[in-house]
Ligand binder design. Structure first.
Ligand SMILES: CC(=O)SCCNC(=O)CCNC(=O)[C@H](O)C(C)(C)COP(=O)(O)OP(=O)(O)OC[C@H]1O[C@@H](n2cnc3c(N)ncnc32)[C@H](O)[C@@H]1OP(=O)(O)O
Ligand SMILES: CC(C)C(=O)C(=O)O
Ligand SMILES: [Mg+2]
Length: 520
């Protein structure tokens, strides 16, 4: 049996299911390219039957992956499998992932069928998916609570039907590591054709055991772990990619296993996912938390000064956290920016140096010194904002204070030619700005959630606004970053307006396609 564990990332599918607002295609692509650099073997990009937007993003990203294998999810239904196959067929090779529940509670209460019926649906789904690709994964949803005899029958039938990977999910995060390891060991003992497929695991974190269960599983023969960056996912989340990768790397003496993950890409990818998904990382989170490499108490600090490994079992550098001593100011040139970006792990082709440099100079003029997190923010956010933006904030002025009615004046550029100015009053400066923006766009946007935080420390910090906004019943996430908090709030709403504009364009394109199909 191989000693390589396949890393199957589902940040863009199971991870995205947990977000307050779905990601745009551009944001998903940015995450996908980052995951590819990280070294994930298989990438689950979405669930194409679920919406035209999901279909489009699976298709767009599948086209652009070169080393990771693109994959899409489908229920055990022909229409779902066809949507997955149609979205993925742009790629040279791809995987279709189909699933059906096998636990008694799911079979009887959710699917309202008998187990034999469900087994037949699973087999039929695999055979249908095989028409599109040889690489078919089948999941027994809620395997953790499935009677073991039924699970063995299902796994054997799935492999006979042609599944090349069979996934054993602990969908509700119910099992204990010894129990879950035991399930995998039993499958290896009892399923006669088990050597014909890769056994995978997909663990949820409802009891905080998803990583422990996944590690127990690979110690009993599983060779694929399904996981997400920062452990994001349904409810309490999924097994965290960075944790399993670093466990297998750090404790290969015990497990004898390895992955293709490049640990030095972990920090950068984790930050990107946290930022774009609007999911902050708890400071004490293993591997990627802000405190994961800080030493606070005297005895520990003394130890670390004498020998780092007294209290560090992995180094910050190993996950890509670097120290830097070059000051970036408005007197810095393109060479040092390019050099710093290389140190931060950004290939020259992944951003536009001239554009980044222009943004950097504007920021350096306002702030004096520009830090790593500023540079990354410029890449993350400005890249997002700049792609064919329909609305651009051109001018903003606010007046407010205690006992003064807040007033704002806002000018927006719209498309290539148009400009619009509006003035309004509000309950506060941000409300006044939002009134202006709603009037200019004509969109009636309501704000569901507004969070402000600082990127960086002290007087050098940038204000970041994260909003979740609702328009026509759909939620959109907007991010704005500026030295001024009112400006960052304005940029966040402009970001949302651009999402809405793009979503309308996708809907119109789809309608036009349907009209043509009707005429044919
Ligand atoms: C464990 C997981 O993470 S599973 C993945 C979860 N992800 C999602 O649900 C993605 C987002 N979902 C969606 O967009 C929608 O739910 C859709 C498009 C998939 C389906 O929408 P609808 O057709 O309106 O169905 P709805 O979601 O209300 O109900 C699910 C139906 O699928 C059935 N179903 C659930 N899982 C499966 C399966 N694996 N195979 C076949 N049928 C299934 C349910 O029994 C139910 O059928 P019913 O209508 O006959 O009772
Ligand atoms: C679709 C399956 C693999 C899933 O997400 C789960 O069971 O948690
Ligand atoms: Mg799941």
């Amino acid at each position: 049996m191989t000693d390589q564990v396949i890393i199957f990332d589902t940040t863009l599918r199971d991870g995205e299911q947990a977000l307050a607002a779905s990601l745009t295609v551009k944001e998903k692509l940015q995450i996908a390219l980052s995951l590819e650099r990280l070294g994930v073997d298989v990438m689950e990009l979405g669930f194409p039957i679920s919406s035209p937007g999901d279909f489009e993003s699976v298709q767009t990203i599948a086209k652009q992956l070169t080393t990771s294998i693109p994959c899409a999810l489908s229920r055990a239904l022909e229409k779902d499998i066809d949507a997955a196959g149609q979205a993925l067929k742009v790629a040279e090779r791809f995987r279709i992932h189909t699933f059906i529940s096998t636990s008694t509670i799911h079979v009887e209460s959710k699917l309202r069928r008998g187990f034999d019926d469900v087994l037949a649906m699973g087999v039929k789904a695999i055979q249908h998916a095989k028409k599109y690709t040889d690489d078919v994964e089948f999941s027994c949803e809620d395997a953790g609570r499935t009677p073991i005899d039924n699970l063995c029958r299902m796994v054997e039938a799935a492999i006979d039907a042609g599944a090349t990977t069979v996934n054993i999910p602990d969908t509700v995060g119910y099992t204990l590591p010894s129990e879950f390891g035991g399930i995998i060991a039993t499958l290896f003992n009892r399923v006669p054709n088990i050597d014909k497929a890769v056994i995978s695991v997909h663990c949820h974190d409802d009891l905080g055991l998803s990583v422990a269960n996944s590690i127990a599983a690979v110690q009993h023969g599983a060779r694929q772990i399904e996981c997400t960056i920062n452990g994001i996912g349904e409810r309490a989340g999924n097994c965290s990619l960075e944790e399993v990768a670093m466990i297998l790397d750090t404790r290969k003496d015990i497990t004898g296993l390895h992955t293709n993950i490049r640990p030095t890409e972990i920090h950068r990818t984790s930050q990107l996912v946290s930022q774009l998904c609007n999911m902050p990382i708890q400071p004490n989170k293993a591997i990627v938390g802000g405190n994961a490499f800080s030493h606070s108490s005297g005895i520990h600090q003394d130890g670390v000064l004498k020998a780092k490994n007294t209290y560090e079992i992995i180094t910050p550098e190993s996950i890509g956290l670097t120290q830097n001593n070059l000051n970036l100011t408005s007197r810095s040139g393109r060479h040092v920016i390019k050099h710093r970006m290389e140190e931060l792990g950004y290939d020259e082709n992944s951003y536009d140096l001239d554009e980044l440099y222009a943004d950097f100079l504007k920021l350096a003029d306002k702030k004096g010194q520009v830090f790593d997190y500023d540079l990354e923010a410029l890449v993350f956010f400005n890249n997002i904002h700049e792609e064919s933006e329909h609305f651009t904030l051109d001018y903003l002025s606010v007046q407010s204070g205690s006992g003064v009615l807040a007033t704002a004046t806002v000018k927006l550029k719209i498309g290539e030619q148009e400009e619009k100015v509006e003035a309004a009053t509000g309950n506060g400066p941000i409300d006044a700005v939002y009134q202006c923006l709603n009037r200019i766009s004509g969109y009636d946007i309501t704000i569901d959630d507004y969070k402000t935080s600082s990127k960086g420390e002290g007087k050098d910090a940038l204000g970041k606004a994260d909003i979740v906004a609702k328009y026509n019943g759909r939620k959109f996430h907007g991010i704005g970053l500026a030295t001024d908090v009112v400006e960052s709030a304005a940029l966040a709403l402009v970001h949302v307006m651009n999402h809405i504009h793009r979503a309308q364009a996708v809907a119109q394109k789809k309608q036009a396609r349907l009209n043509i199909e009707d005429q044919v």
